[in-house]
Ligand binder design. Structure first.
Ligand code: ADP
Length: 328
């Protein structure tokens, strides 16, 4: 059975982008077709300014939402990265294989480092080395496939390069993984700025739909989404990013093809209304399950404890093998 690994960062509240770009497929497809691990990658949340108590709360909330979105611990392994030492153990070895040039070329690093500097802050070294820890997350499990939104493509490419280089230098140790993306909504855009992706952010932005937003809030945000000048509903990501984003969200939530759906609408208003309804319907069962799970925190704790034990057992032999291969 193929091995699948993916993760989510507890740097903010989870968004519709996280759900449509990644989580939904994890629960609908991956956990059934693969030996799959899903991880709340809390160490990655330390690469930028953070409040420790908040990271802890957000980690628990992310894990609860993964279960609410349908991940079933009988079918897959759900755990928190920092509970499994193997990730950090392997990361160091991979730092000895990756180069600083490779790290500095990463688009996400360039953007985040520039934002940090613009705020007058300093850039943590871990922000630069983040993709190596991500490579360790993936490679420790002999992962064949990494299902992610398309913003993560460059990091998975780097993971492949590092795996190939390690194998060439020290003998075959790692499986070289590939990415998979959803067919639609692989990059959900911000509703207020459809040229940038819908990302978790600290301020509760009107352009971001959060998984735990009330239906009325979801409707308001979508009805107020920025659309493009012109009034015709067409799917063209370059020329009409706002409308195309809505069409993709609608297609991902209600089914259908964004280009064909475009033909069914004459006004932006009607498109927005149907998109809002479709998103509310998709979020409804997730929110209901989330509420149930919040009433039983001991269950979530137990899942994460067992998940970490299973993950540790899976990762340890390969990480030990990497240490031996490198001559330690
Ligand atoms: P972020 O902090 O940007 O929300 P994470 O690094 O936690 O994202 O990503 C978790 C998963 O969600 C990844 O597979 C990522 O590709 C996916 N993802 C994040 N934002 C979006 C988006 N706007 N559209 C599609 N997928 C997304």
């Amino acid at each position: 059975m193929k091995r699948v690994f993916s993760g989510i960062k507890p740097t903010g509240h989870l968004t519709l982008g996280n759900y449509l770009g990644a989580m939904r497929r994890w629960s609908a497809v991956d956990q059934h077709e693969a030996d799959a691990l899903f991880c709340v990658v809390d160490l990655h949340a330390l690469t930028v300014d953070h409040d420790p108590g908040r990271v802890r709360r957000l980690s628990r909330q992310a894990a609860t939402l993964l279960l609410a979105a349908g991940l079933d611990p009988r079918l897959c392994t759900v755990f928190v990265q920092s509970h499994v030492d193997e990730h950090a153990r392997l990361s160091y070895l991979l730092e000895c294989v990756a180069t600083d040039g490779e790290m500095r070329r990463m688009i996400q690093y360039k953007e985040r480092a520039a934002a940090e500097r613009a705020r007058g802050g300093s850039v943590r070294l871990s922000l630069l080395t983040y993709p190596v820890l991500m490579a360790a997350d993936i490679l420790a499990y002999g992962t064949d496939e990494v299902p992610v939104g398309d913003d993560q493509t460059q990091h998975v490419e780097l993971t492949r390069d590092v795996a190939v280089r390690f194998n060439q230098r020290y003998g075959r140790t790692f499986v070289v993984p590939r990415t998979t993306h959803p067919e639609v909504a692989a990059r959900v855009m911000n509703l207020q700025d459809p040229t940038s992706k819908m990302g978790k952010s600290d301020d509760v932005g009107p352009g971001v739909v959060y998984l735990l937003d009330e239906p009325e809030t979801v409707r308001k945000k979508i009805m107020r989404a920025v659309t493009d000048s012109g009034s015709e509903v067409v799917h063209d990501r370059e020329a009409r990013p706002g409308v195309s984003n809505l069409l993709e969200i609608l297609a991902a939530c209600a089914g259908g093809d964004p280009k064909e759906l475009a033909g069914a609408y004459e006004t932006y208003g009607a498109l927005k209304k149907d998109t809002a309804d479709a998103v509310v319907e998709v979020l409804r069962p997730v929110q209901r399950k989330h509420k149930e799970l919040c009433a039983d925190p001991a269950y979530v704790e137990g899942v994460l404890r067992e998940g970490a034990e299973k993950a540790r057992e899976m990762a340890r032999p390969r990480v030990d093998a990497a240490y031996r291969a490198i001559g330690l």
